[in-house]
Design a binder for this molecule. Structure first.
Ligand code: ADP
Ligand code: MG
Length: 256
């Protein structure tokens, strides 16, 4: 909905390691209403990075910039040191998987819902991805297991199950970076625990970036950025933020 700033570059981002840097990034959706203000932050390869902060702080906007859905007005984002201005949108997006509770579920079998992402995926690959995504127990409980139809004409999936389908899809694609935008609506505790376990399964081989509404999801994150009003107001591990940041401490205490 804004002036033409959609021009990216024509270089391909290849063999992406997962290093993302925001340097003095400014962004607005509408002129004269700044949303991100001189934002600086860094995501290191194979780390788990959490974002927390009040609604409207700019967390999803940060995700949209990482996903090359939008481009900074000024400043730059570097992917393995290469400026977003030099790279193609498609090659940036090809290295990322977005994992949301709104993952689209087609009216077909579970395994076909996964093959949507990778046509020639073998049964073995699919089973492995589902195990990593903590979906295996659920699938084994279904009448026709992997061949069970889900979606409108079949078994209805909960938000947590859909999110884990998205995780399994991301594993099949094998992208370096995974972006989780945790839904505001709370998952039940069992689903929450399974998502946490699925994320733990992915740690080390992937760079995982999480917008968390439940701080329990990011307790083990390598770094947490506290975002407010389009800026990083504090950063650190869960432990260090609990000690040094009153806002974070209050967020955490109110959760229990
Ligand atoms: P968060 O994810 O932290 O809740 P967002 O990044 O969604 O925050 O929003 C940051 C600010 O940008 C908010 O003030 C929001 O109203 C505004 N905003 C988000 N998306 C749009 C849009 N498409 N057009 C105009 N303003 C937007
Ligand atoms: Mg958001």
């Amino acid at each position: 909905n804004k002036f033409p700033k959609e021009k990216f570059g024509n270089k391909n981002l290849s063999k992406f390691k997962g290093h993302i840097e925001f340097k003095d990034v400014n962004f607005s959706y509408e002129e004269n209403i700044p949303v991100l203000k001189n934002l600086n932050l860094e995501v290191l390869p194979n780390e788990v990075v959490g974002f927390v902060g009040p609604s409207g702080a700019g967390k999803s906007t940060i995700f949209n910039l990482i996903s090359a859905l939008n481009k900074p007005d000024s400043g730059e984002i570097l992917f393995d040191g290469e400026s977003i201005n030099e790279l193609t949108k498609d090659s940036i997006r090809g290295n990322l998987s977005v994992i949301s509770q709104n993952a689209y579920i087609f009216n077909m079998s579970i395994e076909d819902n996964l093959r949507i992402i990778k046509k020639n995926a073998t049964k073995k690959e699919i089973e492995k991805a589902c195990k990593m995504a903590c979906l295996d127990e659920f699938i084994e409980s279904l009448p026709n297991k992997y061949k069970t139809i889900v979606g409108e004409g079949g078994v209805t999936l909960s938000g947590g199950q859909r999110q884990r389908i998205a995780i399994a899809r991301a594993l099949l694609l094998n992208t370096e970076v995974l972006l989780f935008d945790e839904a505001t609506s709370a998952l039940d505790n069992e689903n929450q625990a399974k998502i946490k376990k699925a994320i733990d399964n992915l740690v080390k081989d992937h760079t995982i970036i999480i917008v968390a509404h439940r701080l329990s999801t990011i307790i083990d994150a390598d770094i947490i950025y506290l975002i407010d009003d389009g800026q990083v107001v504090d950063e650190g591990t869960h432990k260090s933020l609990l000690i040094k940041n009153e806002i974070y401490k209050t967020l955490y205490e109110n959760e229990e």
